[in-house]
Design a protein around this ligand. Structure first.
Ligand code: ADP
Ligand code: 5GP
Length: 207
């Protein structure tokens, strides 16, 4: 009997600079079969980012056109730029049994929860205000004004963390990573991931 498991939508949110990308990169390294949800954004590419792999980089007109055509499962304005998750490709991948990582902000996670209630929703916290600020400075990808805006946004995002199923405090990276990996492994075995399996198995009894 072919056992059908639907894909796990693993939705991960965190204030910018917390270490979400670092954790996701490790998860992808350990589980290369993971698909990434490649978002559309109006943010300019950072050095090293590849169009179509990290994001689909589009201008505002194109983004709004796609939004109006209901191309997105969710969309949001984050730190002054638009971001959106393509809908159809997401559905196709999940139906094909592909687990997908969604690296999206809290507003997006809230919307995705409506269309994908079976999702596994993880919020990653920095251990303190000072540590978050240090990580943003150490990453050296944003100006001081942008860092200050992101610290402000962090406050709003942390206020909304109650909708998430799992919380991880990214203090020691190794510990946080082990926690994320365990959450994912457990999510794969949730009953909801095996639609039809119970009935197919019971049919073998011929009753
Ligand atoms: P995000 O994707 O959440 O914006 P990043 O993954 O880019 O954050 O991490 C921000 C910075 O913090 C990076 O320089 C990264 O190497 C560093 N970092 C991430 N997690 C830890 C950790 N547990 N301890 C120390 N530094 C960390
Ligand atoms: P960055 O510009 O640093 O890549 O991302 C900024 C923020 O936008 C991060 O919190 C990231 O999770 C979020 N983000 C990226 N893609 C999407 C998306 O498609 N939808 C939403 N709602 N947020 C996204």
């Amino acid at each position: 009997m072919k056992i059908k498991r639907t894909g796990v939508p693993l939705v991960i949110s965190a204030p910018s600079g917390t270490g979400k990308s670092t954790l996701i990169a490790r998860l992808h390294q350990e589980f290369p079969a993971f698909a990434f949800s490649v978002s559309c954004t109006t943010r300019p590419p950072r050095s090293g980012e590849i169009n179509g792999k990290d994001y689909h980089f589009v201008d505002t007109n194109e983004f709004l056109r796609l939004r109006d055509q209901h191309f997105f499962a969710e969309w949001a304005k984050v730190h002054g730029n638009f971001y959106g998750t393509p809908l159809q490709v997401t559905k196709d991948l999940l139906n094909a049994g592909k687990d997908i990582i969604f690296d999206i902000d809290v507003q997006g996670a809230r919307q995705i929860k409506k269309s994908l209630p079976q999702g596994c929703f993880v919020f990653v916290f920095p251990p303190s205000f000072a540590t978050l600020q240090q990580r943003l400075y150490a990453r050296d990808t944003e100006t001081e004004a942008v860092i200050s805006q992101r610290m402000d946004n962090a406050y709003q995002e942390i206020q909304q963390c109650d909708m998430f199923d799992f919380w991880i405090i990214n203090d020691v990276l190794e510990t946080a990573y082990k926690e994320l990996s365990s959450i994912y492994q457990a999510a794969k075995n949730r009953a909801i991931q095996y639609p039809g399996f119970k009935n197919s198995l019971l049919k073998m009894w011929g009753r």
